[in-house]
Design a protein around this ligand. Structure first.
Ligand code: BGC
Length: 349
């Protein structure tokens, strides 16, 4: 009996030492908890990495670059074996990323590209240009711009200029919409079509609301709202919607507003009719893709990528895996968001 106990004990010890040796540590740096999507991304990453047997250090940096730098420094000090970084400002992490590189720690840029650095090894994201294409195509179809003789008014918003993605979202939509602006079918009353002019630093809902307030006062004081507001994502769409409601516009006077992320508040607005559409980027899909990349790196296998041309970060073309963004509106949200288990009905009611 005593002998058996000893054998069992020895076995358990060997197993735990073995697991201990295997449990690699992954640092996951997320930008902020302010936006719903990053909380989901962080939770999904942690859950899936832990399920794969890894130890996880997960941080959110309150949209403060200095804090994200120190969060990543701590990950290096804590001997993380791989870093996964969703940056606040993609170009501001060069020094700390070089430190990680010197320690031999591989780095995956998560959702947002890390720019101006040779320390980043891989990039996993949704096809950001395609996000804009989905929004632009929706507007063209919705207003039948190809065939109509009518003209429509439009205002445009851009994402944060320190986020590389913002340029792709804008590019995807603008490449499609610009010909209609040039031909006069779409009229931008403010004349503001340059990315630099329409961009909202930090992706803030309140800042988008303030810009929409200004546009309404300056160009729509006749009480007729624009027909279209191109918004790159949901946090801005929310501010735009809030501004229009505060200005007294009712549902039947509302513009067609685009978005991205299918945040809860925005999905509710889609159901209520305030927002026309959003682009769904299933954060579970991105997380599992990144977990596959992490595992491949740690096991010395070939890392799965499907794009080796698009994402030049200023120093190198970063091998990327692009997931597919999906169109979402009132007609398919049930299937996309509820039936798939992304949200419960209660969350959306
Ligand atoms: C992400 C979007 C998000 C935006 C604001 C972008 O980098 O790709 O999904 O809405 O940041 O957080």
């Amino acid at each position: 009996m005593k002998k058996l106990l000893l054998v069992v004990l020895a076995l358990v010890l060997t197993m735990s030492v073995a697991t201990g040796a295997m449990a690699a540590k992954v640092g996951v740096a997320m930008p902020t908890q302010d936006l719903q999507r990053w909380n989901q991304d962080g939770e999904n990453m942690k859950a899936q990495l832990e399920a794969a047997g890894y130890e996880v250090i997960l941080t959110y940096s309150n949209n403060e670059v200095a804090r994200q730098v120190s969060d990543i420094e701590n990950m290096i000090l804590n001997e993380c074996d791989v870093l996964v970084v969703a940056s606040i400002d993609g170009s501001a992490l060069g020094t700390v990323l070089s430190q990680a590189k010197e320690e031999g720690i591989p780095i995956i840029a998560y959702d947002r590209l890390l720019t101006d650095t040779d320390a980043v090894d891989y990039y996993a994201t949704f096809d950001n240009y395609q996000v804009g294409v989905i929004q632009g195509t929706y507007l063209i179809d919705r207003f039948d711009l190809e065939n109509t003789e009518e003209t429509f008014t439009m205002e445009m918003f851009g994402g944060s200029p320190d986020d590389n993605n913002a340029y792709y979202f804008f590019g995807g939509a603008w490449d499609l919409l610009k010909p209609y602006v040039d031909s006069g079918k779409l009229v931008v009353k403010s004349g503001q079509t340059e990315f630099e002019t329409i961009a909202i630093l930090g992706w803030g809902t309140d800042d988008a609301q303030a810009r929409m307030d200004n546009l309404l006062t300056a160009y729509y004081s006749d009480g007729i709202a624009p027909d279209i507001v191109l918004s790159p994502n949901d946090s801005l769409a929310l501010g735009i919607t809030n501004s229009l409601i505060a200005a007294g516009f009712t549902l039947d006077e509302f513009p067609v507003i685009t978005g991205q992320d299918c945040d809860v508040a925005n999905t509710k607005n889609i159901i209520a009719g305030y927002q026309a559409m959003s682009v769904f980027k299933d954060t579970r899909t991105l997380a599992s893709q990144v977990v596959e990349m992490v595992s491949a790196i740690l096991e010395g296998n070939e890392v799965p990528v499907n794009d080796t041309e698009t994402y030049d970060n200023g120093v190198k073309v970063v091998p990327s895996f692009l997931c597919d963004p999906v169109f979402a509106d009132i007609s398919n949200y049930q299937e996309l968001l509820i039936d798939s288990g992304y949200y419960t009905i209660e969350q959306l009611s």
